[in-house]
Design a protein around this ligand. Structure first.
Ligand code: BV8
Ligand code: ZN
Length: 249
């Protein structure tokens, strides 16, 4: 796998690197994506169940869908793409990782400077008072758990139609707008406001590299669009950058 001199040199000289990841980076770990070829969580479209109205209408069904996803996510492991981001975080003077994913795989891999734009499926919160809860299991036949205040507990994720946490979005925007290089990895770039981040970076002068299995809504706007599996491309790209750095010494 070869990479242009420009892509290599941009990463070689970058001081501030921002990364945006989507479901595609976790696909090779066995986590289904939402919209790609192999996408869809079971027979449901994310937009149908990942929204407050669906929860109001049928909290049991929403909980069962999340339980189905949690069972997969509790047992998956980070793949080489996640592990490469851990190495990159150690290397760059300033490295930020913003993820749309709720699968906890960046934390499991070892990244620590993580901005979870859409929350985390292994955390819960009260739908009324907002009290935070950790990972909970809905045992078969049991009803949706309730908070001490009496309201229903729900997954601590951002649903469609819900605002992202203000501080998370502000941090992600700041990092995108101050990055020398932004890497957009495994996202179809159709969900806003996260999909704005690569464009914000580009407008602010960053060199934007996309790594994705197929072309996306932003492929025509980025500086380099590398098509293929992130678990193969990202480790190869990082090795090429380190080899170039070695050769310079
Ligand atoms: C908001 C958490 C302000 C939950 C998710 C009408 C009314 C209200 C809002 C809207 C509206 N119209 C538009 C909006 C905005 C809406 C939106 O963007 N909708 C889209 C569908 C058009 N956004 C929102 O609602 C956001 N909030 O705007 O608030 C507001 C409030 C009220 C009214 C107006 C505005 C909230 C968005 C967050 C939703 N929550 N998830 C959960 O997961 O259960 S979104 C969900 O999609 C996931 O978080 C996921 O991360 C995210 C984005 O998807 P991707 O990560 O990109 O995944 P996808 O499958 O799409 O793509 C994967 C890619 O990987 C593919 O391209 C594939 O080819 C590639 N791939 C596959 N394998 C590999 C690979 N690449 C590399 N290697 C591989 N091996
Ligand atoms: Zn409560």
């Amino acid at each position: 796998m070869t990479f242009s001199d420009q892509v290599i040199s941009k990463l070689l000289t970058a001081q501030r690197v921002a990364v945006l990841t989507g479901a595609g980076i976790s696909a090779e770990s066995g986590v289904p994506t939402f919209r790609g070829k192999d996408g869809l969580w079971g027979r449901f479209k994310a937009e149908e169940l990942a929204n407050p109205d669906a929860f109001l209408r049928n909290p049991q069904l929403v909980w069962e869908w999340y339980e189905f996803r949690r069972k997969i996510i509790r047992n998956v492991r980070p793949n080489p793409a996640h592990l490469t981001l851990v190495e990159m975080e150690k290397h760059f003077p300033h490295f930020s990782l913003c993820t749309q994913n709720v699968d906890n795989l960046h934390f499991k891999a070892g990244n620590r400077n993580i901005c979870e734009l859409h929350g985390n499926i292994l955390r819960n919160k009260c739908s009324g008072c907002g009290k935070k809860y950790g990972d909970l299991e809905l045992l078969p036949g049991c009803s949706v758990p309730r908070c001490h205040c009496g309201d229903l507990i729900r997954p601590d994720v951002v649903w469609f139609g819900e605002m992202l946490a203000k501080e998370a979005l502000e941090l992600a925007s700041y990092e995108a707008e101050h990055a020398d290089v932004l890497l957009s990895i495994g996202t179809s770039a159709v969900v806003y406001p996260a999909a704005m981040l690569p464009i914000q970076a580009k407008r602010s002068g960053a060199f934007v590299i996309e790594i994705n299995l197929e072309r996306t809504a932003i492929s025509h706007q980025v500086d380099a669009s590398l098509q293929g599996k992130s678990g193969e491309i990202l480790p190869a790209l990082w090795s090429a950058v380190l080899a170039k750095k070695e050769a310079r010494v």
